[in-house]
Write a protein that binds this ligand. Structure first.
Ligand SMILES: Cc1ncc(COP(=O)(O)O)c(C=O)c1O
Length: 446
């Protein structure tokens, strides 16, 4: 919801040049004087107040848009983005004591491999500059896993997590202002990243079997340079693309050879659904496989493969920047990835997440509440009013996410992370969700 601010309150937006005006808005966001959704004055209003031309204000807003600080809201004007790429002063979000946190989207730490024995195995030598950016042992493990999943591997880059990989692929192919087809609903930080890069997201609707081919065709017809998708453990819906759906999507993509396909496989072997790829023989594609959900998010590590040109651009750009992902972390990932008992632990992770998802989905179904829970760590529950439902659930002791940050044109819902949900608690949670979605009593009696 946009909140309108009266002009005097916006005195801190000031300056005589586009740079000064843009800087004043950015400063106000950092200082939390402007919040996500706040509307900026119209170009005309601000130009009149500051005594500058509309072109100067338009240039300032254009810069802010290219940096993802503001978004255009059509006739609604220009507003602060849902998540501007800036640190914001103020209190960190906290949960009242006793509230169960089902907001985080992360793995259950109890299902990650133990760090201690893996740290014991890490190579203690200091490595300097000039070594191979990818540890050969990690490349070998990644190649074996990806190829076993049907993802062809012509080369491997190591990046700082799935989102870092997505960002690097987009940077290798796109320019600010380009359009990007993206799952809707989709992973909120991926949408934030797309906007922060000044790209324009084009929604591709998703059902339980993955992105809808007609929706993809519609988005690509708008002239997209990339398609960013999560084909299993989709966040937030849990969708998992079937082979049949993947074949349909490939047919749609065949008509758009210039589109780079970006597969964000953030959950890997604990996704709870087989891997699917749309790449392989496309001119430009990449598959990013993070270790965050099955070795640990703090490793900040993902492997990336794709067509040789894309992998080379990512590696080349990395070489002139950060250079490589720390070999200490790569070595730690190898130690965890190849640790004794790893296969059993992955199986346990996959099964535990499946039980937790299904327990909640079944308990909701028993109450007539529809939910999406095909794979992954989250359950997506369509509701009429996501803000009200999440607030009522907080009062009942459960923190869940209202779905607005995950949506472009799709319908309201809440996202419930089930990765740490005790199966025994599922019926009580489902009951509280049902109660929270009930219309206010007054309406029912009317
Ligand atoms: C779809 C999706 N992509 C990326 C990530 C983050 O992955 P990473 O930690 O590798 O950046 C997540 C985390 O939940 C996710 O759900």
């Amino acid at each position: 919801m946009l909140s309108a601010m009266s002009e005097p309150e916006l005195d801190f937006i000031a300056g005589a040049t586009a740079t000064e005006i843009a800087d004043s808005v950015e400063r106000a966001v950092r200082q939390a004087r402007l919040a996500p959704g706040d509307r900026l004055p119209t170009i005309r209003q601000l130009g009149l107040r500051l005594g500058v031309s509309p072109t100067t204000v338009a240039a300032a807003y254009g810069r802010l848009r290219a940096r993802g600080v503001v978004t255009a809201r059509g006739r609604g004007g220009t507003a602060i983005a849902g998540r501007p790429p800036l640190p914001v002063a103020g209190q960190p979000a906290y949960l009242p004591p006793g509230v169960r946190d089902l907001t985080h989207g992360g793995p259950d730490p109890a299902l990650l491999p133990p760090l201690d024995p893996a740290l014991e195995r890490v190579d203690r030598r200091h490595r300097l500059y000039g070594e191979d950016p990818v540890l050969p042992e990690l490349a070998a493990l990644a190649t074996a896993q990806l190829e076993a999943d049907g993802v062809p591997v012509a080369g491997v880059a190591v990046v700082g997590g799935a989102l870092d990989g997505v960002e690097r692929i987009l940077q290798a192919h796109l320019r600010p202002g380009d359009r990007v087809a993206v799952d809707d609903p989709g992973f909120a930080p991926a949408l934030d990243l797309i906007r922060a890069f000044g790209l324009r997201p084009e929604p591709v609707p998703v059902d339980d079997d993955g992105p809808l081919p007609d929706g993809l065709a519609g988005a690509l017809a708008a002239g997209c340079g990339a398609f960013v998708t999560t084909l299993r453990a989709q966040n937030p819906t849990g969708a998992a693309a079937t082979p049949a759906r993947a074949a349909e999507l490939r047919r749609v993509l065949d008509a758009h050879p210039g589109v780079v396909v970006v597969e964000d496989d953030h959950a890997g072997p604990v996704a709870g659904a087989p891997a699917v790829t749309l790449g392989g023989d496309r001119p430009a594609w990449a598959h990013v496989r993070s270790v965050s959900k099955w070795l640990g998010p703090d490793l900040r590590l993902a492997v990336l493969t794709g067509d040789p040109g894309t992998v080379a651009r990512v590696q080349g750009r990395q070489l002139v920047g950060t250079g490589w992902v720390s070999h200490v972390l790569q070595d730690l990932a190898v130690a965890m990835w190849s640790a004794p008992g790893r296969t059993a632990l992955l199986e346990e992770g996959r099964e535990t997440y499946r039980r937790r998802r299904e327990a909640l989905a079944a308990a909701l179904a028993a109450r007539g509440v529809r939910a999406h829970a095909r794979s992954g760590l989250n359950v997506w529950v369509p509701v009429a009013d996501e803000g009200t439902v999440s607030r009522r659930l907080l009062d009942a002791g459960w923190a869940v996410l209202a779905g607005d940050r995950f949506r472009l044109r799709s319908q309201p819902a809440i996202r419930v992370t089930v990765s740490t949900l005790d199966v025994a608690d599922a019926p009580r949670l489902a009951g509280d969700i049902e109660a929270a979605t009930a219309p206010p009593r007054r309406t029912r009696l009317a």
